[in-house]
Ligand binder design. Structure first.
Ligand code: P5A
Length: 438
């Protein structure tokens, strides 16, 4: 994409209404614009990042055996009356009336809707286990929407729902998602620590939050120092219950909890390895058994002919919040530093001298070659000073910068800079393409 024809409204000044660095950078780099309190439009660059994150989440859900569908954002209040949550949910629920005066709502989550969909077609234990998910916008009328997309009112969530024949099956599904989450965040360059957590309005007695450590995070957290060096489990056998149990109980044994669940006994056990920090909740998983299936009358025929009520869990990832969380975890004074896996483009190609014919021809040629090699490139072909182009490139944080200047071109070389380290090397055109494509 040529920057001269793109829509990338960057801001020179730091916006005063933004308090935390990720929010400031998202506005400055032209990723989002607020359209109402806690509601954001995704501009082209931000949308590309959102889509990359969404795709990683999707691939890892698919790998964990979950099946994608898409449910609507608007829901009927009657569904929520079946579970008893319509009144219980409180003022965070955006309640709407249609022209026939029927009560509707903009979904804050989908436990009721998925239970009713599953109820219509699941007949026997052979229809279990199943985990279904979608990636869809949610609305929660937060009292204090703040920090940009971190705590929005409208936000994008991946929510998955598992249906199992009994509690043991449901715990297995829970564990499988647990492991899959660690891999999902690792692919985005994040270390997310699973922590025992409260279940709030979703319910149930088993729940973990996934927390990215950041000084600007909204949660107070406690964890074992081991989590600072732990790595994602990688490819594990999801169907081996023992392996899964070892990973999940290992995580819990290594002690991590949000503030509400802080336990003095565990603290004594952890000793001087106890760490306190602030963190961003990028995911939350729940096991709640029959909490929705029972009142909503979801039943299937068991192997012995008697009816059984499936045990359920739900699993959320804050897809739009992750954009902010990744920036909190990866930036410097000059701007964002995107991990390769979620970067809006892999390369920022900079023509230092738009007024120099040989420079422009070389940059055009390199741009064509990068495209042909399948490298996602943002080509800064604007009629601007080199300095302004460098500042924009650092601000928007593409992993690689390739700089085409008159002196280099005379010698047949360009400069390749790695945004994360600042390391610069001179390479031939072919060498530069090979470097960024690898
Ligand atoms: C799990 C999936 C649920 O809603 N029902 C379906 C369960 N869990 S949750 O913890 O309430 O939300 C899941 C994740 O969504 C993100 N999130 C938000 N992101 C941005 N702005 C908000 N206001 C917001 N609220 C929740 C979080 O990442 C959370 O972990």
């Amino acid at each position: 994409m040529r920057l001269s024809r793109h829509f990338l409204p960057v801001l020179k000044e730091s916006p005063t209404d933004a308090q935390i660095v990720s929010h400031k950078l998202m506005l400055r780099a032209g990723l989002v614009r607020q359209t109402a309190a806690g509601i954001y439009a995704w501009l082209p660059l931000g949308l590309r990042v959102l889509r990359k994150i969404e795709q990683i989440v999707r691939e890892e859900q698919d790998r964990a055996g979950a099946i994608e569908l898409l449910m609507p954002t608007l829901q009927s209040a009657d569904l929520w009356r079946e579970s008893g949550r319509y009144d219980a949910y409180g003022p965070e629920m955006l309640r709407i009336k249609d022209r026939h005066d029927r009560d509707m709502l903009y979904g804050p989550t989908n436990e009721e809707m998925i239970t009713s969909i599953f109820r219509e077609s699941a007949r026997s234990y052979r229809d279990l286990p199943r985990t279904l998910y979608h990636i869809q916008w949610k609305f929660r009328d937060e009292v204090r929407p703040r920090f940009g997309v971190m705590r929005g009112r409208e936000f994008l969530m991946k929510d998955a729902y598992s249906f199992d024949i009994d509690e043991a099956g449901a715990r297995h599904s829970y564990n499988r998602m647990f492991v899959s989450y660690l891999n999902t965040y690792a692919r985005m360059g994040l270390r997310a620590i699973p922590m025992q957590a409260d279940t709030g309005p979703i319910g149930g007695d088993l729940s973990h939050e996934f927390i990215v450590l950041a000084p600007t995070g909204e949660s107070d957290v406690f964890y074992h120092a081991n989590w600072e060096t732990s790595v994602a489990p990688g490819a594990v056998d999801f169907d081996d219950a023992e392996t899964l149990q070892a990973i999940v109980s290992g995580a819990v044994a290594d002690y991590a909890a949000t503030d509400e669940k802080r336990d003095p006994a565990r603290e004594a056990e952890t000793g001087d390895a106890l760490r306190q920090s602030r963190g961003i909740e990028v995911g939350h998983i729940f096991y709640f058994g029959e909490k929705y299936s029972k009142p909503m009358g979801l039943e299937v025929q068991g192997p012995d002919g008697t009816k059984l009520t499936p045990h359920m869990g739900s699993y959320g990832i804050g897809v739009s919040r992750l954009v902010g969380a990744i920036i909190e975890a990866s930036h410097d004074e000059a701007g964002i530093i995107w991990p390769d896996s979620v970067a809006p483009y892999a390369v920022g190609l900079i023509n230092m001298r738009a007024d120099d014919a040989s420079c422009a021809a070389a940059a055009d040629d390199l741009y064509a070659k990068l495209n042909a090699a399948g490298v996602e490139t943002l080509y800064d072909d604007r009629d601007e000073r080199g300095g302004a182009k460098f500042a924009t490139a650092d601000l928007i944080g593409l992993p690689w910068q390739i700089v085409v200047g008159p002196k280099g071109i005379a010698r047949g070389v360009v400069e390749v800079k790695r945004r994360a380290t600042g390391e610069k090397i001179e390479l031939s055109i072919e060498g530069a393409i090979a470097k960024v494509a690898s």
